[in-house]
Design a binder for this molecule. Sequence first.
Ligand SMILES: [Fe+2]
Length: 366
Amino acid sequence: MKIELKNNKLFFEYNGLKKEIHPFWLRERVNGDSFVDKATKQRLFDPTKLKENIQINSMNLSNDFLEITFDDGVQTKLAIQNILKEFSNMSDIKYISKIKWDSSLKDFNNFEFNDNFFEEEEMYKALMSFYQYGFVIFKKVPTQNNFIVNFANSIGSIRRTNFGEFFNVKSKPNPNDLAYTSLPLAPHTDNPYRNPVPCIQILHCIENEVSGGYSTLVDGFTVTEQLKKDFPKYFKILSEIKVRFQFIDQSVVLENWAEMIQLDEFGEFKQVRFSPRLDFVPLMDKEKLELYYSARKKISELYNSDDYRIEFKLQPGDLLMMDNYRLLHGRTTYDANEGNRFLQGCYIDYDSTEGKLKHLKRKFNL
Ligand SMILES: [Fe+2]
């Protein structure tokens, strides 16, 4: 990618395509103390109040800077690097390469918590690992006084739901969700009936005295890629048809229509939803339904296969942070008579982790 100057017009060239940069786009980016607030980096002027047909009177391009005088008298000096950054989205979180994994994943990164952890470079590494693998485990996180709330709010803000600011995962009488029993939980994603679905789930182990109750994870990205390769028709229909996900209890009815495999605007992986106790497939032609049910059965087989699942036992103080758009999670059964199994959980959204990651990147010049 490069930018060049010709006849008082600025062009950028990318992938063999050459396009002019609109003068107004440059005018919006003028810097200096009278245009941008030093502390907040927010604009001190309103670009919607500028005249529309801003023109460039003169321009000078050097290796590192672009100096421009606009026809409204404003002069500015822009760093070329900053302009290029806006064209390459390489600093964007979604360009952190996902590392696909399956049941052969043995040594995953653990990060030891300490008091100043959220402002350390180690936290940056933990968040990078989270974006690469879709999960990360923090060790020795304090288990007293609902510390999970402090933990989540030190990254960003808790996403509160009808389960509360955080929830206690242990078997209890009259549960409103199978999570609150000692039954095994097959791989699933959480809360597909919400709009938007909470992005990240945090589970903090407070007590685990039982011999079962292993945590399980599956990489939905790996499975989706496999399905796309081996069963393209199944991949296609699961990514096209919106089904109704539903949660009902005494006080609320939550519903959302969405695809089990959701792609982004470029046709790339965005999100999986899978919770076969909560999904309702719409009434379609019989042939289409047949294909849909076969596709759902196949992806369920893959999600539940030993080939993709990892299992591990969370110890008291372990905190698992997982991407609810990418991973499926579950647990093996346990015998509640053996002792306590007590986890606390909550949700945060991507803006929290993204904001923290970008902050630490800036702080440590990474
Ligand atoms: Fe869950």
